[in-house]
Ligand binder design. Structure first.
Ligand code: ZN
Length: 241
C-alpha cells in the first residue's frame, strides 16, 4: 500500500490544498496526520474541515495543544503564543473537542506515528541529531517511526550498530534496518526550501519519498496579514525558515 503522511499543516490552507491534490494524483491509499494542524497560519478551521474527512488517524501536536490549553503557552515564543491565542479564539467547539481527544502516539500499519520524540511524546522534544535519533529508534518497538515537529525533513537509519542519515528525497529502505523519519512540514517548512511537503511510504517497495511542491505562498501570506497575526509569520513562509 501507498501511505501518505502529512505533518505540521499549521493552518496553511494554500499549502494543504497543493499537498492533497498531489496525494490524489499519486494515488495514495490512505492519509495520516502527525499533528500541528493549527498554529501560525490563518486558516485553522478551514484546514481541519478539509483534512479531517480525509485522514485515517492523527496524533496531537504541541501547537494543537496550545490552541486548546493556554496553560502550556509558557514554552512558546511571543509570535507563536500570539498565534496560539488567536487560533484558540477561532476554533469551533467541535474542532477544539476533536483535537483534545487526539492521542500523543499511535501504532499505524506496523509503524509508529508521533509528533515529537517518541520516547516521551508529551515532553515535545525534537529529533535533530543522529545521536538522539539512535536512542529514539532503540526505544521504538516498531521498525519504522514517523515524526514531525522540527519541520526539517530527514531519514535516520539504523543497521545493527551502524547509524546514518540522509536528506535525499527518495530513500530505498531495507526491511532489516530501523528508521526514524522526520516528515516534511505541509505549511511552514524550515529547511530553507519554502515548498510544501509531505511523505509517501510504499510498504511493498519499502521506499520513503519526501515530496515537495510549489504552492501559493503569496495567498497564504496575504491571509496571515489580513488576520492581524504577527507579520513575521507571513514573512518566514517566503524563505522556508
Ligand atoms: Zn509544527
Amino acid at each position: 500500500m501507498l501511505h501518505a503522511l502529512v505533518s505540521d499543516v499549521h493552518a496553511n490552507l494554500e499549502a494543504l490544498d497543493a499537498v492533497l491534490a498531489d496525494i490524489d494524483r499519486r494515488g495514495a491509499d490512505d492519509i495520516v496526520c502527525l499533528g500541528d494542524f493549527v498554529g501560525y497560519g490563518a486558516s485553522p478551521n478551514e484546514c481541519m474541515a478539509t483534512l479531517r474527512p480525509r485522514i485515517e488517524a492523527a496524533v496531537l501536536g504541541n501547537h494543537d495543544q496550545a490552541a486548546i490549553d493556554p496553560s502550556v503557552l509558557g514554552d512558546f515564543n511571543p509570535e507563536a503564543a500570539a498565534a496560539a491565542r488567536w487560533t484558540g479564539r477561532q476554533l469551533t467547539a467541535d474542532n477544539a473537542a476533536w483535537l483534545a481527544a487526539l492521542p500523543y502516539s499511535l501504532p499505524w500499519h506496523g509503524a509508529r506515528i508521533v509528533h515529537a520524540a517518541p520516547s516521551d511524546p508529551e515532553a515535545w522534544d525534537y529529533v535533530l541529531t543522529l545521536g538522539i535519533a539512535v536512542g529514539e529508534m532503540r526505544h521504538c518497538e516498531e521498525p519504522v517511526c514517523f515524526v514531525g515537529h522540527s519541520h526539517v525533513p530527514v531519514t535516520f537509519e539504523l543497521d545493527g550498530e551502524r547509524a546514518s542519515y540522509s536528506r535525499e528525497p527518495l530513500v530505498q529502505g531495507r526491511r532489516d534496518h530501523r528508521y526514524l523519519i522526520v516528515v516534511p512540514s505541509v505549511g511552514q517548512p524550515r529547511d530553507g526550501d519554502p515548498r510544501a511537503g509531505y511523505l509517501l511510504w510504499d510498504d511493498i517497495a519499502w521506499t520513503f519519498e519526501h515530496v515537495r511542491l510549489a504552492y501559493d505562498v503569496e495567498g497564504a501570506q496575504a491571509r496571515i496579514l489580513a488576520t492581524g497575526l504577527p507579520p513575521s509569520l507571513a514573512a518566514r513562509l517566503r524563505w522556508g525558515e
